[in-house]
Design a protein around this ligand. Structure first.
Ligand code: DGL
Length: 277
């Protein structure tokens, strides 16, 4: 296994409760090809979105500390749920932590014409009010309709992302129809799992609705940020990626192959995240 020489080029740390953050990682690897990455998926404790604020904060702290212990130069909370509470996550002073809320909200405000924005996210993210607060900070005249979609993450974690899947299509329709009834013209995929089923959501919402992809918007934001802060690598070789999971390595490897179109199984490691302080 040819894993990253962390001392040569510090990696960008990316984490999520499970496979959702792969949507951010994929977008990052598309536009920052020479960077190294360490991805952590807390697959043993997924989903985060149905848990209490206290539990989410405790998990987030462990996830961030783990990536800092791997010498990451910056950490991306590739999780809408954690990002919703990022202002209260105990910040590790040695690295900056970037979440998905600011980039996606900016893109949504730029995209909406009628100023009615729908947000699909986890129940915990909806409860936090973070998307609404961020959008209204940018434009107080926007109306925001937020909906928690608890059925989606378990379906996606099982790798069930087939456009023909009745279970998936029905669940998506249930949530999208509620937003459409509010006359929104833009939908934020506020949970990073949802870009993995973007085509199903697009089909269900129709061609007139703009879909804001948290993976792509966050990746663009991270690129700008590391260039501005001069944290970007000066390495001109193709970067590498190591994966750590708290749950089953095989299940994650299968999902990673499905979502990234690459076999990453040689680079998937197991970690006992509960040992992190
Ligand atoms: N991908 C996540 C998010 O963006 C986590 C979903 C969950 O674990 O419930 O919110």
């Amino acid at each position: 296994m040819d894993s990253i020489d962390y001392n040569f080029c510090s990696p960008i740390g990316v984490f999520d409760s499970g496979v959702g953050g792969l949507s951010v990682l994929k977008a990052l690897r598309n536009i920052l090809k020479n960077e190294n990455y360490i991805y952590f998926g807390d697959t043993k404790r997924v989903p985060y979105g149905v848990k209490s604020k206290e539990t989410i904060l405790e998990y987030a702290k462990q996830d961030i500390n783990f990536l800092v212990s791997k010498k990451c130069k910056i950490v991306v909370a590739a999780c809408g749920t954690v990002s919703s509470y990022l202002n209260v996550v105990p910040k590790n002073s040695s690295v900056d932590v970037i979440g998905v809320i600011v980039p996606t909200c900016k893109a949504a405000v730029n995209s909406t014409k009628n100023k009615k924005i729908g947000v699909m996210c986890t129940e915990a993210a909806a409860k936090s009010g973070a998307y609404k607060a961020e959008i209204n900070k940018i434009d107080s005249s926007c109306q925001i309709f937020t909906i928690g979609c608890p059925k989606l993450v378990p379906i996606i974690e099982r790798g069930n992302i087939d456009e023909e899947s009745e279970e998936l299509v029905l669940a998506v329709k249930e949530y999208v129809n509620i937003l459409l009834s509010q006359n929104i013209d833009t939908i934020i995929l506020g949970c990073t799992h949802y870009p993995l089923i973007k085509d199903v959501i697009k089909k269900s919402s129709g061609k007139d609705i703009s879909i804001i992809d948290s993976g792509e918007e966050t990746a663009k934001f991270v690129k700008e940020y590391i260039e501005k802060t001069n944290l970007n690598t000066k390495n001109n070789k193709l970067g590498k990626c190591d994966f750590f999971v708290s749950g089953c390595k095989n299940q994650f490897s299968c999902n990673a192959r499905l979502f990234l179109n690459e076999d990453m199984s040689d680079f998937v490691n197991k970690v006992n995240i509960e040992d992190e302080k």
